[in-house]
Design a protein around this ligand. Structure first.
Ligand code: ADP
Ligand code: MG
Length: 346
């Protein structure tokens, strides 16, 4: 009895001591085929852990809904049925499809979720790619205009057979935004959420910006430039993420909707904007359209900046990042530690 009482007393004393504010972070592998990393400044570390639980749960939910690797996902059902009939979908998926189509228009067709009509025949881990005949046969189905949304009935329909969609180019950015919304709603003022190539930060790191290092396309350990960020999102797409090389050609996961082949006009593209849905929706553009055309589009958008690495190794900056236009990254500040993306399971 005495023993129990003293245990209770100790518990009571512990509860009375304020928990120390600290950075709380977690890495989880295998959601959306990638590694998720969340870091927050938490006054109460236990509440911080609970907030991270909520972010991870949200990411799992998005994976369950959007993955084409899960036959039970909403997107898989759409792919199975939408060429035959209008398919009723959740409001969440409806809105994200509408957003994806908007990015197709903004990027003049470079971003196109129907890339999957050809894209499904690639398997980069197994070094598989479609033949030229297979690409030619499937290519007419690649066109975002084939995706018809009806807001009244909240349905999606494909205008022709053979159309498939895949949200792999926007769902991670979207999930990062959803994670950030959860943290903002819980009052966090300093945080980072990262899913594969897509990240967003809340606030700064106590008077200093978060600093993102952009890696060298061929040397994962070399940082070629650093960008300071406060309250912003960024996405990096690279031809080194999911690929195989064959006879001197790199086959990788960003597909040119016009040709059905890997799009190779840049080696990497980093886009900075207020939301990760936006940066994800824009980071594929330069691969497809090339650096000049892509910069023309990025520079038209007031809230977007970009850093492109060309095949011949040049680093190009959008208007807002050119010398004198932005705060120069502090060379002494080390890049914020975002763990390297895990090898994709897809
Ligand atoms: P990550 O998956 O690491 O975030 P990216 O943001 O570069 O990488 O997205 C690459 C993914 O985008 C591909 O794996 C594929 O699912 C999808 N994708 C490929 N080509 C296109 C395209 N032209 N338009 C839209 N999505 C694409
Ligand atoms: Mg991405």
């Amino acid at each position: 009895m005495n023993c129990c009482r003293s245990a209770l007393l100790v518990a009571g004393m512990l509860a009375a001591v304020p928990a120390h504010a600290q950075w709380v972070s977690r890495t989880v592998d295998g959601i959306m085929g990638t590694r998720i990393y969340v870091e927050i400044w938490a006054d109460d570390p236990a509440k911080g852990e609970a907030a991270i639980d909520a972010v991870m749960d949200e990411m799992r939910h998005i994976d369950e809904t959007m993955s084409t690797y899960k036959p039970t996902s909403e997107v898989s059902k759409v792919n199975a049925l939408a060429a035959k009939q209008p398919v009723p979908i959740s409001l969440e998926l409806f809105k994200l499809l509408a957003t994806a189509l908007e990015y197709s228009r903004i990027t003049e067709g470079a971003f196109d979720i129907t890339y999957a009509s050809v894209g499904y025949m690639y398997n980069f881990r197994e070094r598989k790619r479609p033949t030229e005949q297979q690409i030619a046969a499937a290519l007419p189905a690649v066109n975002y205009r084939h995706v018809l949304l009806d807001a009244k009935t909240q349905t999606v329909r494909f205008s022709q057979p053979g159309v498939r969609i895949d949200l792999g180019g926007i769902a991670k950015g979207y999930s990062v935004d959803c994670g950030i919304e959860i943290l903002l709603a819980r009052g966090y003022k300093h945080a980072l959420v990262n899913a594969g190539g897509d990240s967003r930060v809340i606030g700064d790191r106590f008077g200093r910006p978060w600093v993102v290092g952009i890696r060298h396309p061929d040397h994962p350990d070399q940082v070629i430039t650093r960008i300071p960020l406060v309250d912003a999102a960024f996405s990096t797409s690279g031809d080194y993420e999911r690929y195989f090389d064959e006879d001197g050609v790199r086959y990788h996961h960003i597909i040119d909707p016009h040709t059905g082949h890997s799009a190779s006009k840049v080696r990497s593209a980093t886009v900075i904007a207020p939301t990760a849905t936006r940066t994800d929706g824009l980071s594929k553009t330069a691969f497809v359209l090339g650096p000049e055309e892509a910069m023309r589009i990025y520079d038209k958008l007031d809230d977007v900046d970009a850093v492109l690495v060309t095949p011949d190794g040049r680093i190009l900056y959008s208007k807002g990042l050119q010398p004198g236009a932005a705060v120069a990254p502090d060379a002494a500040t080390p890049p914020t530690a975002i763990p390297p993306a895990a090898p994709s399971t897809h």
